[in-house]
Write a protein that binds this ligand. Structure first.
Ligand SMILES: Cc1ncc(COP(=O)(O)O)c(C=O)c1O
Length: 343
C-alpha cells in the first residue's frame, strides 16, 4: 500500500509538502519509460510537449527542480560578466544561495519589487547604466506569481509594459506558480508566456506532483538548455516515472487551485483581523500565499505549532502561510481560530 508521510499537522509551510494523488501513483506505476539521457523516454517527451503546448512555446525541457530551470535559463540567456535585472525579493536573487553568480558569472541589478512587480522604468534605467561603466544588461527576470510579496500575479497589461521597457532584451519568467496566476487572473498561461522569452513552472508545488519543473521557450534556446541541464547533472534516465505524475498534475490539478486561493483569503482575513498592520491584505490575496510580519513571529509560529498548525518564516520577521491540495476547509478553520488567539 503506497503511503506518504504527513506531519499530522495542518501543514501551511509550503505547497511543496503535498502527497501525490492516487491517480499520480497509478500513472507512475504504469508509466512507459526509456533512457531520457538518449532522449528515449516517451513519458518525459509527452510531458515536455504538453507543457510547451500549454504555455504556447516551441519546446520544453523537464528538469528536477525550479531552481535548476531558473539557473538553466540564466546560463543560456545571460553571458558571463553581464547584468541581470531582477527584483530584490525574487527567488533567483534571494532564495537560490547565490547560484546565478556562481553558475553563470552574472551580477544582478536589483530593483524594488515590494508589490511583486519589476517596473519598466527600472529596467530602462539599468540598461542606460552601461554607458557609465556598468555591465551590459543581458536579461530581465520576473516572477509570476511573486512569492515574497504574497503570491502576486501579473496582469497581461503589466507584462506588456514590462516587455516594452525591456526593449527587446530577453525576459525569463519564473512561473513556479504560473498556473495559480492563470486561475487567479483568468489570463491563459500561454498569453502570459507569449510576453516573455522563457518560462518555467513547477509541477511539484500547488499542482501536487512529487518532483519536477519545466522550462519552455524557443526551440534553439531549449536545445541549449538541454546542454546546460547535462552540465548541472540534471539529465535523468527513466524519468518518465516522475514525469507521469507531472502529466496528471497539468491535466487535472490546475482548476482546483481556485479552492486554495479561497482558503488563503480566509487565512489572510484571520491574519488581518489579528494584526491589522502586519501586511496581510485579504483583498489583495488572490492566490495561495499569505505573507505577514507579526510583532513576535517566533512566538506566533510556536503558538501555531502548539495548536497543530505548521508555518514557516521566509526571512527575518516574515511569516508565510501556504494553502494547497492537502489543506481542507477544516484545517483552515483550525488555523484561523489559532491565529485569532495568537500572541
Ligand atoms: C517563486 C519560486 N521560484 C522557484 C522556486 C524553486 O523551486 P524548487 O524548490 O523546485 O527548486 C520556488 C520554490 O519554492 C519558488 O517559490
Amino acid at each position: 500500500m503506497a503511503s506518504c508521510t504527513r506531519s499530522g499537522f495542518v501543514d501551511l509551510r509550503s505547497d511543496t509538502v503535498t502527497c501525490p494523488t492516487p491517480e499520480m501513483r497509478r500513472a507512475m506505476a504504469d508509466a512507459e519509460v526509456g533512457d531520457d539521457g538518449f532522449g528515449e523516454d516517451p513519458t518525459v517527451a509527452r510531458l515536455e510537449a504538453l507543457y510547451a503546448d500549454r504555455v504556447g512555446k516551441e519546446a520544453a525541457v523537464f528538469v528536477p527542480s525550479g531552481t535548476m530551470a531558473n539557473q538553466i535559463a540564466i546560463r543560456v540567456l545571460a553571458p558571463p560578466g553581464t547584468a541581470v535585472v531582477a527584483g530584490r525579493q525574487a527567488h533567483v536573487v534571494a532564495y537560490e544561495a547565490g547560484a546565478a553568480g556562481r553558475n553563470a558569472g552574472v551580477q544582478f541589478h536589483l530593483v524594488t519589487d515590494m508589490d511583486g512587480l519589476v517596473q519598466p522604468s527600472d529596467v530602462m534605467y539599468a540598461v542606460s547604466l552601461s554607458a557609465y561603466h556598468q555591465p551590459e544588461v543581458s536579461l530581465v527576470c520576473i516572477e509570476n506569481t511573486h512569492m515574497a510579496s504574497g503570491g502576486t500575479p501579473w496582469t497581461l497589461d503589466q507584462l506588456d509594459a514590462l516587455a516594452r521597457g525591456a526593449g527587446g532584451l530577453p525576459v525569463h519568467m519564473d512561473g513556479a506558480r504560473l498556473f495559480n496566476a492563470e486561475v487567479a487572473t483568468g489570463a491563459p498561461a500561454a498569453a502570459m508566456a507569449a510576453r516573455v522569452t522563457t518560462v518555467m513552472s513547477c509541477v511539484s508545488k500547488g499542482l501536487g506532483a512529487p518532483v519536477g519543473s519545466l522550462l519552455a521557450g524557443p526551440a534553439g534556446i531549449i536545445e541549449a538548455g538541454r546542454v546546460e541541464r547535462k552540465r548541472f547533472g540534471g539529465a535523468m534516465r527513466q524519468a518518465g516515472i516522475v514525469a507521469a505524475a507531472g502529466i496528471v498534475a497539468l491535466e487535472t490539478m490546475v482548476d482546483r487551485l481556485a479552492e486554495d486561493h479561497a482558503r488563503a483569503r480566509r487565512l489572510a482575513e484571520a491574519v488581518a483581523d489579528r494584526w491589522p498592520d502586519a501586511g496581510a491584505h485579504p483583498k489583495r490575496t488572490s492566490t495561495n500565499l499569505v505573507v505577514f510580519t507579526p510583532p513576535d513571529p517566533r512566538a506566533v509560529i510556536a503558538h501555531l505549532h502548539a495548536h497543530g498548525i505548521l508555518a514557516d518564516m521566509i526571512g527575518p520577521g516574515v511569516v508565510r502561510l501556504v494553502t494547497h491540495h492537502d489543506v481542507d476547509d477544516e484545517g483552515v478553520a483550525r488555523a484561523a481560530l489559532a491565529i485569532a488567539k495568537a500572541p
